[in-house]
Ligand binder design. Sequence first.
Ligand SMILES: [Zn+2]
Length: 168
Amino acid sequence: MDCCQHDRKTMSPLPFEKVIYFDFYDGPLAGYAMCSVCHQCFHFRVLKWDTHIFCRVFGFVPIEMDFDRVDKDIEQWTKNTVHILEERRKTDNDDLPIPKQTDYVNQIELIASRLEFSHICVTGSYLDKGYWRKMDESDKDVEDWFEHLGVVYDFGNLTFHLDKSHSS
Ligand SMILES: [Zn+2]
């Protein structure tokens, strides 16, 4: 499970083009991403977010999975779920069951939930831009990830800057 970008010790641009967002609250909370260079898959989950400045910190960890299969399964599940929610609204029947996720996706979720993060990432709401690096000793028992990673707020533009001199 080696990614070509694995040993970045300083904050580097994210190498992900293919991303599956899984869980949402004002933006993604978790998902899967594939390195666009070597195709290693990663699981990610949010560690801190602030919707006022559209900044999120995610933990990343490599995971062995069939990315396209998970992508297809989740897309189908989302379609089915939207359909059921519409039916519920139309028929006023809240008993219509929400579709179950496939066994394969459940299996990957279970594996992912047991992994410890190896990388830390700071980005806007989505992974189209952002930075990451390998976690190190300084990342143990962090109370405020924004402060720890050198996130500088820019409330005028509702965004953030990364003080990269702050990171290892
Ligand atoms: Zn890679």
